[in-house]
Design a protein. Structure first.
Length: 361
């Protein structure tokens, strides 16, 4: 994989194909069905606090979203809000339905540039979550047809405070070819991947989520998907807390498991770059080899000049080798454990986080 002409990557540089996959079609059918089944309209009062406006609006429970509330407040709230904070503790996607049982709730909108003394880290985490799934969604479009790619999960050992977002995926040759495929991307290959990433951002893909039971998730992913086992593992842990659904997100052509929150407007994504793609040397559930794609990103409202951006990308690239070695540690965290911690953070619950590494399912 030393040269672009001999690259694993396809030289197809057309805009990302928007034709939905069967998994995507089943996901969209589930979202549509859920919307049609909700018929009773109930009102909930939303008291907005923060920034320059304090006001109360009345919206429809189970239908209206924080984005609908933002439209009442003004254009800046629609354009700049990364995530909504409800009752001072729980985070919602901007297009996630307001389903709280209370008759009245309090809502704030988190911006990347917040009021004085406000913490922007929830917005940063939301950006990182979004970029992780977006990097996974472009993989099938940049690889040759004789290579099978299986998107797995966001890299559970990375957060925005660690200097890179990540996504883990599995690669293997088609049945016509023998031998394991281990890929360490060259700079020319990274250039092609980054062109695809920018094309996806410019195409303004739909990003939204829905909650699904184990049965529904199996219908969406298919009976033989390795993700069904992960759904069961997550729900077995959450069953004691009365949680019987997992959150699924549509991000471009892929559907994935993620607790959220995610950005619903890619217009908030500014500079973004994939900095490294490498093999972890671990066999995956489909008989291929686990790989990781990593990168960095900044919001559009906080652009960086060439020099600081070069420093950020170089640091992420240099730290990749250390992260690769740590991923092989025997001290590992399962995706279900990571999901539980992220969901607890999203819902404003305290967790006893431990510094462990990902388990490669």
């Amino acid at each position: 994989m030393a040269s672009e002409s001999e690259s694993t990557l396809s030289v197809r540089d057309s805009i990302i194909d928007s034709t939905p996959t069967s998994v995507l079609e089943r996901f969209l059918d589930e979202v549509k069905t859920k919307s049609e089944l909700t018929r009773k309209l109930e009102k909930v009062k939303v008291r907005h606090r923060g920034h320059d406006k304090n006001m109360t609006v009345e919206v429809n429970r189970n239908f209206s979203t924080p984005l609908d509330v933002a439209r009442h407040l003004g254009r800046n709230y629609v354009k700049l809000s990364a995530v909504a904070l409800v009752n001072g503790s729980q985070y919602l996607d901007m297009n996630e339905a307001i389903c709280f049982k209370e008759q009245e709730i309090e809502m704030e909108f988190v911006w990347f540039k917040n009021q004085k003394h406000k913490d922007p880290s929830p917005a940063n985490q939301t950006l990182w979550n979004t970029m992780s799934l977006m990097s996974g969604s472009i993989l099938a479009e940049v690889l040759k047809d004789d290579i099978e790619v299986y998107p797995l999960f966001p890299c559970v050992s990375l957060s925005f405070s660690q200097g890179a977002f990540g996504y883990e995926f599995e690669l293997r040759h088609s049945e016509k070819t023998n031998g394991k495929l281990e890929w360490i991307a060259s700079q020319s290959e990274l250039n092609i991947v980054n062109r695809k990433l920018r094309a996806m951002i410019y195409s303004n893909p739909s990003i939204y989520g829905t909650d699904a039971s184990a049965k529904t998730a199996e219908l969406i992913f298919g009976e033989n998907s390795s993700k069904n086992r992960v759904v069961e593992e997550i729900l077995s842990q959450h069953g004691k807390m009365g949680i019987n659904k997992v959150r699924l997100y549509c991000c471009g052509p892929i559907v994935d498991i993620h607790p959220g929150p995610l950005l619903t407007s890619v217009g908030l994504i500014g500079q973004a770059e994939i900095t490294s793609i490498y093999t972890l040397g671990v066999e995956g559930p489909n008989g291929g080899v686990i790989h990781r794609i990593e990168g960095v990103a900044l919001p559009s409202v906080l652009p960086a000049h060439h020099w600081p951006w070069t420093v950020l990308t170089r640091a992420a690239r240099e730290d990749a080798s250390a992260r690769k070695e740590s991923a092989k540690s025997t001290d590992m965290k399962t995706f279900a454990d990571w999901y539980r911690e992220q969901l607890a953070w999203k819902k404003g619950q305290k967790t006893n986080e431990v510094s462990v590494k990902p388990h490669l399912n």
